[in-house]
Design a protein around this ligand. Sequence first.
Ligand code: ADP
Ligand code: GLC
Length: 502
Amino acid sequence: MRIVVASSEAVPFSKTGGLADVASALPKALSQVGHDVSIIVPHYPQVHAKHTDLPDIEDIGVSLRVPVGQKIVEARVLKSHLPGTKVTVYLIDQPGYFDRPGIYVENDQDYRDNCERFVFFSRSVIETIERLHLAPDIIHANDWQTGLIPALVSIEMRHIAGYEQQASVFTIHNMAFQGRFWHWDMNLTRLDWKYFNWQQMEFFGHLNLLKTGITFADMITTVSPTYAREIQTPEFSYGLHGSLFSRRSDIVGILNGVDTEIWNPATDPYLVKTYTADTVEAGKTACKAALQKRLGLPVRPDVPLFGGVSRMTGQKGFSLIGQCADVLMDLDVQLVFLGTGDPRYEALMSQLAADHPDKVSTTIGYSEELSHQIEAGCDVFLMPSEFEPCGLNQMYSLIYGTVPIVRAVGGLADSVIDASDANRANGTANGFSFNDFRSDALFWNICRARSLFHDKTAWRKIQRQGMQQDWSWTRSAGEYVRIYERAIARQHLESECAGDEK
Ligand code: ADP
Ligand code: GLC
C-alpha cells in the first residue's frame, strides 16, 4: 500500500509533543512490514538547527505555487528520510511561514497567522502529491493543522483524473486543540462558503479545522480505545461530541506504540548503564545515582524517586501536584521534573524546587537526553492527567521499569493496570491508577507506591510485568492498515455508486 502521512511535526526534524513521535514511528513500522510510506512536514530551519544528528536534507528542485486566499505562495519541496528506514520525508520549505523560532508559539503567544500557515501547509501537501506523482492509496492527516486535507481530498482532489477514488484518514491526537479561527479565515481555504455550516466546517461562528477533518475524512482514528469513547461525551469533546457522535461508526481508537529503537533501556545511549528486565535492579540503581548526582539531589538509593517529563499544561495534572505539595514534602521522597509550557506551572514547579532543594529538582526546558535519564533513573513516573488521549511517557516508563502512577483516562486507562490486591495476585498489575481528578487521590497513590517500593519482591514483579509487555508499534500498525483498507473500500464503493448514477 502507498501511504502519505501529513503532520505538522515529526521526529527527528521537529517536536513539541507525542504527535511528532507518532508521525515518524507509525510510518517506520508500516514501512518495516512492506508498505511504501512518505511523510510530509513543514521545513522549520530554526527548529531543525537545534536537533543534532539530522539526516541530510536535499533540494530536489521542485517548486510549488500554492493558492492561499487571494495569494499565490511559492514554496520548495525538500527531501530527506527517516534514519535507518526506507521512509521518505518531504519538507515544505516556505521561510515566510516556517523559518521562525517556534513551531506554533513564540513567547507564549500563538503565531497570529497560524490558520494561514497550516492552510498553506495542507494545500501544499496535496500539491506535492500531485507534482511528484506519489499516487497514494491513503492520505493520512493528523490533528487540526492538517484537518483541511480531508476536505481538499473530498471537495477538490477527487475531481482530478487519477484521484477519483482518493481515500483519506484523519487521526485526532488531542481534542483540546481544534484550530478555531475567525470566520473570515474561511477565505484562506478557498473552499466555497457553502461548507461553512454547523455540520461541516463552522463551529459557533468560527472556522474549525479539527471539525473539518472529522467531517470529511473517510475514516477517523484517535489514539486509544478509551479516548475514542470519551470524546463522544461532552466532558472530553470540547464541544464536538455531536460531530463525533454522528460519525461514531467510522471512529476507531488505536493505542499508540513506542519506537523501541529510541526508547529501549537495553540500548539507550543516554544511560550510564543499560539494562533489561533481568538486570533492572543493577541498571536502575546506577541510573538513579547518576540522575540524583546530575540534578544535585542527595544520592540515596533508599529514597523513592518520583519523576515527570511533560508539556506543563493543565492537561497534565500539575494543579494536583501543586495542591498536595505540602503534604508530599513531609514524606521522605525525591521529585524530578522536566518540562516547559504554562508560566504558572513552570513557576509552581520551580518554587517547589527552590523551597526544597534536597528533595525536588525542576528543569524548565526541553532535553531529549534528560528525558531518557529521568525515565531510567526514577522509581515512579507521575502522570495524573486531567485527560490523556494516549500518552507516551507512561509506556516509556513501563518499558524502563519505572512504575507509573496515572489517572485512569484515555490511553492511560488502556495501558496501566492498577496494583490492586487482585491484579497483583493474577500478575497483571504494572502501575497505579486512580479515577477522581483530585489531589487526595494522587497523594494516596503516591503513598501506596512509596510503601510498595520498600517491598522489593512485590516491586520487582510490577516492574517486570510492564517491561515484558509488548509496547511496540507492531500490533497498532496492523490496526492502522485495517483502517486504511476500510477507507479505500469505502471510496471504491462510493465511486462505483456515483458511476451507476451517471
Ligand atoms: P503530549 O503529546 O500530550 O505532550 P505524550 O506523552 O504523548 O504527551 O508525548 C510527549 C512526548 O514529548 C514524549 O516523547 C516526551 O518525552 C516528550 N517531552 C515532553 N516534554 C519534554 C521535555 N521538556 N523535554 C524532552 N521531552 C519532552
Ligand atoms: C497528543 C496527546 C497525547 C498523545 C499524543 C500522540 O499530544 O496529548 O496523549 O499521546 O498526542 O498521539
